[in-house]
Design a protein around this ligand. Structure first.
Ligand code: TYM
Length: 335
């Protein structure tokens, strides 16, 4: 019998345009994992998660198309992975309800993202914002994912998904695979170009703080030239030089060079040479992605076809899983 392959699953929100942080911290790894041919891959655009903060419906729809096109442009191959939109697969919210009955109020109260977001959106601290990690646990557990490739900021949510799986398994043994976060050291946390103590985020009010995957080469160059660096001008990685260390990290992931190689390359050259070199490397890294996405976006019918096929494959897996969990809980089978 063929050995069952391990499963990799992840998701990304269509709540705005994606940044270099999203790309290096997650999407690039999804593509590498897919291409390693060692896993069954499931990746989704998590639109249900996005509505925990208010979205303009037209923008949300457009951003979902754009993000889907970018995932394809980045190299996700619908023949090699199940690529879909979360709201097309009703098993996710179905399982989420079940799991919410196995998640403690105290656990959700401790989530740092909830604390952050409820401060930032103090006028709209809705229940969805609070139970968001349960839906994320459902996204993961419904596919029996072994690994969850994410950036560092999602580690706590994956840990919670593990705890929920273990708790459910204690009551109903063998129900879920207990997943692990897959967070490669490089790229796991790309920091703001304006304040390197904070992560690069599209919700930053200063647009010089982040690079968007769809930024033009001129914008990318300008933003890197303005990036905050440290007082001396040595290109050296160290904890007390967070600005330049972030740029070294970005350059290293973009070019595949080690940190030591990057330091050697810019020995004695200073930031004046280094910043444009980082910009150039990022411009070349993102160029094919940007061009291919723009091309794909012209053909909505093709994108919708890929979405529909992905959703069908996802539903085949998740419908069976939800049935299995409902059986275990004691629900009468629906026919
Ligand atoms: P989201 O949409 O905020 O981000 C998508 C992915 O990008 C990573 N990321 C970063 N990585 C490195 N440096 C940064 N500055 C940076 N900013 C973002 C995130 O860690 C993430 O991997 N809750 C998730 C989406 C989600 C999910 C899931 C993920 C929903 N269900 C199931 C995995 C499995 C989120 O909001 O990611």
């Amino acid at each position: 019998m063929e050995k069952k392959r391990k499963v990799s699953l992840s998701g990304i929100q269509p709540s705005g345009k994606i940044t270099l942080g999203n790309y290096l911290g997650s999407i690039k790894n999804w593509v590498d994992i897919q291409d390693s041919d060692e896993f069954d891959n499931r990746y989704c655009v998590v639109d249900l998660h996005a509505i925990t903060v208010r979205q303009n419906p037209d923008d949300l729809r457009e951003q979902t198309y754009q993000l889907f096109a970018q995932l394809l442009a980045a190299g996700l191959d619908p023949d090699k992975c199940v690529l879909f939109i979360q709201s097309h697969v009703p098993g996710h919210p179905e399982l989420s309800w079940v799991l919410s009955c196995f998640t403690m109020f105290g656990e959700l109260s401790r989530m740092t993202q909830f604390k952050d977001k409820s401060q930032r959106h103090a006028d709209n601290v809705n229940a969805g914002l609070f139970t968001y990690p349960v839906l994320m646990a459902a996204d993961i557990l419904i596919y029996d994912a072994d690994i969850v490739p994410v950036g560092e900021d999602q580690r706590q949510h994956v840990e919670l998904a593990r705890d929920i799986a273990i708790r459910f398994n204690n009551r109903f043994p063998g129900s879920f695979v207990v997943p692990e976060a897959f967070i490669p050291k490089e790229g796991a946390k790309i920091m703001s170009l304006q304040d390197p103590s904070r992560k690069m985020s599209k919700s930053d009010s200063n647009e010089n703080a982040y690079i968007l995957v769809m930024d033009s080469p001129d914008d990318i160059l300008r933003k890197f030239k303005r990036a905050v660096t440290d007082s001396d001008s040595r290109v050296a990685f160290s904890e007390d030089k967070p600005g330049v260390s972030n740029l070294i990290n970005i350059y290293s992931v973009a070019t595949g060079k080690t940190v030591a190689q990057v330091e050697a390359e810019f020995e004695g050259k200073g930031y004046g040479a280094f910043k444009p070199a980082v910009a150039e490397a990022v411009i070349e890294l993102l160029r094919p992605l940007r061009e291919k996405s723009l091309e794909l976006l012209k053909d909505r019918a093709y994108l919708e076809d890929v979405m529909a096929k992905g959703a069908q494959k996802a539903r085949d897996i998740t419908d069976a899983k939800v049935m299995d969990i409902y059986d275990r809980l004691g629900f009468v089978r629906r026919r």
